[in-house]
Design a protein around this ligand. Structure first.
Ligand SMILES: [Fe+2]
Ligand SMILES: [Fe+2]
Length: 480
């Protein structure tokens, strides 16, 4: 039986080829993209089965499905991806034998291959050894050892050097290479399922999830993949809350989908500032949850739609602040899911009273445009008006959210508005929000050439007081 395996992650592709050939007595050819697979088929190569990933540069699994449909092929197709069949636009155009969701790929793949095996073709493998070889580089990629690892002493003698749960870092890899002159270790064939699944898990890119984090199922799937127990818990909580808001607001008009370009831009800022992919994914889930809450409340939905319909980049402003405030909150010692949720909600609500013709958010102390007395008053009053509006509509948000909305134009040195609060009189979460607001304005005015150290240097004097100092310390820990 001849199989074509289409997988862009080289380590996973090579491991699957080696282990399936060994265990299943099949012939497997591997390629790294949809286009490479199409080229093989066009060249007349024949296969009894295609196993393909979906997201790949240079031709996706979807492109391959399109080609198979157009060329009226009849080769059975198995999707092996971190995306479910229902998430794939091309799913209906070609018959799909089965869909295998990463990372637990090994057993379902073996079962599907067995289903297709022609009568008379034996799966009796040509197993000559109880061990298979794995390069040190691949082991380091998995990082936490997933099954016992051995070194080979002679033809038939192996000794165990690592146990399940041990760390195998890049340094360990170098040590084995330099002192033991080894470039690979051995895994028992019996452990190949654990090994292949761990490898599949290590190749799943957290970033690939960030597009889909408005869906409780994707959030839960990501939570299952993350090892950090705090992040895992937070993501599970968000998935649960999002399930509830989905029930309350099934038809969001302004959805994360329509804000996607702004999400992408905000994510690029967050990445450039040095936040980890895990934080980026968690924050995306938080931002989506906050948006669902706003869109699930009729009066707020109207206000937000009005604001976003104005010229002046309010969508980008709100989404950027939501992302940056939540990211900063994720590196504070008191980080919590609740804190991120409040900051993201406030980001969508803080300027809703600026919706209207000439309203702009400007620094009243140093206005860059000439404002009429009426405009000045309107700007000065918008923080208090937002809170009053929420109260008049019986939106009883937590006390901190009110403080963020009320204080978002206060300054550490007391020159802000409306109350001229200073230093630690400004609420801790409001302080994070103000820093995020400053950071967004700094990024916008330095179009693409921003760096966190430059921003912190610029604000060094001003941020020496109150909670601002602790925020600076936490941001410096990002190590840039
Ligand atoms: Fe504002
Ligand atoms: Fe604002």
């Amino acid at each position: 039986m001849k199989i074509l395996l289409v997988e862009d992650e080289e380590d996973l592709r090579e491991a699957l080829i080696r282990i399936l050939q060994l265990k299943q007595n099949v012939e497997i050819h591997g390629v790294d993209s949809g286009n490479a697979a199409i080229a093989k088929l066009k060249a007349g190569e024949s296969y009894q089965l295609i196993i393909s990933d979906y997201n790949m540069p240079n031709g996706s699994g979807g492109d391959l499905l399109k080609y198979l449909a157009e060329s009226k092929s009849s080769i059975p197709f198995i999707l092996c991806s971190s995306m479910e069949l229902s998430e794939i636009p091309e799913a209906g155009i070609y018959p799909i034998l089965g869909s295998v969701l990463k990372p637990d790929v090994f057993r379902p793949l073996v079962a599907l291959i067995e289903k297709l095996r022609p009568i008379g073709d034996s799966s009796d493998n040509k197993l000559s050894s109880q061990f298979f070889r794995v390069s040190l580089e691949v082991i380091a990629k998995i990082h936490t050892v997933c099954c016992p690892l051995f070194i080979q002493l002679s033809e038939s003698k192996f000794i165990k050097v690592f146990n399940t749960g041990d760390e195998f870092s890049k340094e360990e890899e170098t040590r084995f290479r330099n002192t033991k002159k080894l470039d690979s270790l051995y895994v028992r064939v019996d452990d190949c399922e654990i090994f292949v699944n761990a490898l599949a898990k290590s190749t799943i890119q957290i970033q690939s999830f960030t597009d889909k984090l408005n869906n409780p199922k994707s959030i839960q799937r990501l939570a299952d993949l993350i090892d950090d127990p705090v992040l895992k818990n937070d993501l599970s909580d968000i998935a649960m809350m999002l399930r509830v808001t989905e029930i309350n607001a099934p038809n969001n008009i302004l959805t994360a989908e329509s804000l996607k370009p702004f999400y992408r831009k905000a994510l690029a800022h967050v990445e450039k500032l040095g936040f980890t992919p895990e934080v980026m994914a968690l924050v995306t889930a938080n931002v989506n949850l906050a948006l669902s809450v706003v869109m699930g409340t009729d009066s707020l939905k109207e206000s937000l739609k009005n604001l976003f319909n104005q010229k002046g980049g309010h969508e980008s402003h709100s989404v950027d602040i939501a992302y940056l405030a939540c990211s900063i909150a994720s590196v504070m010692p008191w980080k919590s899911d609740a804190a991120r949720h409040k900051l993201a909600l406030a980001a969508f609500l803080h300027d809703i009273e600026l919706a209207g013709d000439s309203a702009q958010e400007v620094d009243l102390m140093h206005p860059s445009v000439n404002l009429t007395a009426k405009e000045k008053r309107r700007i000065r009053e918008h923080p208090e008006k937002v809170v009053a509006k929420l109260k008049s509509q019986n939106c009883n948000f937590a006390y901190n959210i009110e403080q963020i909305l009320l204080q978002h134009h206060e300054r550490p040195d007391g020159t802000g508005y409306p109350r001229k609060l200073m230093g630690s009189a400004i609420d801790p979460l409001a302080s994070v929000f103000i820093v995020a607001h400053d950071l967004v304005q700094y990024i916008e005015s330095n179009s693409g050439h921003h760096s966190l150290p430059d921003f912190l240097k610029l604000k060094e004097e001003e941020y020496k007081v109150g909670h601002f100092h602790k925020i600076v310390v936490a941001m410096q820990s990002l190590g840039m």
